[in-house]
Design a protein around this ligand. Structure first.
Ligand SMILES: [Mn+2]
Length: 328
């Protein structure tokens, strides 16, 4: 299967009139940045665009979606009928699990589905896919898509793209950062994107409940395997007590990584339906994508996620054991 089809996908997009753009649930800045930038690029070409959002969308990313306010559709079985398109673009994921509750809808439209992704693996049926795991963020691919389509970068496009680049690279510090990442950033700055403005929007716009939630999570960190594995967990009771929103768990997983001995951080979060959402982060030596793969999830070697059935203690045991097997 040909995997690198950016030019073919660009050609295909040119012929479409109405494009629905999806990205993963619990979207991060790269997901929304890719979605919005692709929407702006296709709008600039005169296409009718729908940005289909899977809940919950963080408030801190709303300013990006506000660049195309008329195009937003919050997905539900009821709104699925409103998605009128002759093509579907899925960005920053190709995994069915990450596209719930819209996975069945997308599977039933597989012949229209075009995917732009930078993750290692995915199982969503599609017509065409461009998968580039050397891209530090999906927005690198979207930037190239814009160039391939001959659309000039505007400040809103550049802002959405830089948000994704900063988000997925931890503000340009991860191993995934390449000279090309900085070349893309240079183009975005030249087009008017302002890093300090984005830092304020993305990093200094939390609600108080986030900090209270953080204190709950930090207060209950447990260490395993000679302090090489850190585990944080939040229950539905924590969410209720702190009045935090589901997206406010974002980033908490990185906190234990400040400890020198910790090579893997596990974050377990109890969902309203009793299932456990698991996120993993690691330093160089541990492949957490392999761990999540065991449980039907995935991601990158250093950052991955999966879902387990509860209860919390059973999920914790299973994931800690799986991470221990990956320890050097
Ligand atoms: Mn991404």
């Amino acid at each position: 299967m040909a995997d690198n089809q950016l030019t073919t996908i660009a050609q295909h997009l040119k012929d479409l009139k109405r494009v629905a753009i999806f990205t993963h649930a619990r979207p991060d800045p790269d997901a929304v940045g890719s979605q919005v930038a692709a929407g702006l690029i296709l709008s600039a070409m005169g296409k009718k665009v729908s940005l289909v959002c899977l809940p919950p969308v963080p408030e801190s990313l709303q300013f990006l979606l506000d660049m195309l306010p008329e195009s937003i559709i919050h997905y539900s079985p009821e709104t699925a009928g409103d998605i009128a398109s002759d093509g579907i673009l899925v960005v920053d994921t190709s995994a069915r699990q990450q596209l719930e509750p819209a996975a069945a809808f997308l599977e039933s439209h597989a012949s229209e589905v075009l995917i732009l992704d930078h993750h290692i693996s995915g199982d969503l049926s599609h017509r065409l896919i461009h998968r580039d795991t050397t891209a530090a963020a999906c927005v690198e691919i979207i930037t190239r898509l814009g160039e391939t389509l001959g659309v000039a970068l505007t400040k809103p496009m550049a802002t959405a793209l830089l948000a994704g680049l900063a988000g997925d690279t931890g503000w340009f510090r991860f191993d995934s950062v390449t000279p090309r990442t900085h070349e893309v950033a240079a183009k975005l700055l030249a087009a008017g994107a302002a890093p300090s403005e984005l830092w304020g929007r993305l990093m200094q716009s939390e609600r108080k409940s986030k900090l209270v939630l953080m204190s709950h999570a930090v207060g209950r960190i447990a260490f395993y395997a000679n302090d090489r594995i850190a585990v944080m967990e939040l229950t539905q009771q924590d969410m209720a007590e702190t009045q935090a929103e589901p997206w406010e768990t974002e980033g908490l997983i990185d906190i234990p990584m400040m400890v020198g001995s910790v090579v893997a951080s596990i974050f377990l979060s109890e969902m309203p339906d009793g299932k456990i959402r698991v996120s993993l982060r690691s330093k160089h030596t541990v492949d957490v994508n392999a761990v999540c793969h065991e449980f039907g999830g995935g991601g990158h070697a250093r950052a991955a996620g999966c879902r387990l059935s509860g209860p919390l203690a059973a999920a914790r045991d299973a994931v800690v054991k799986a991470v221990q097997r990956q320890l050097p």
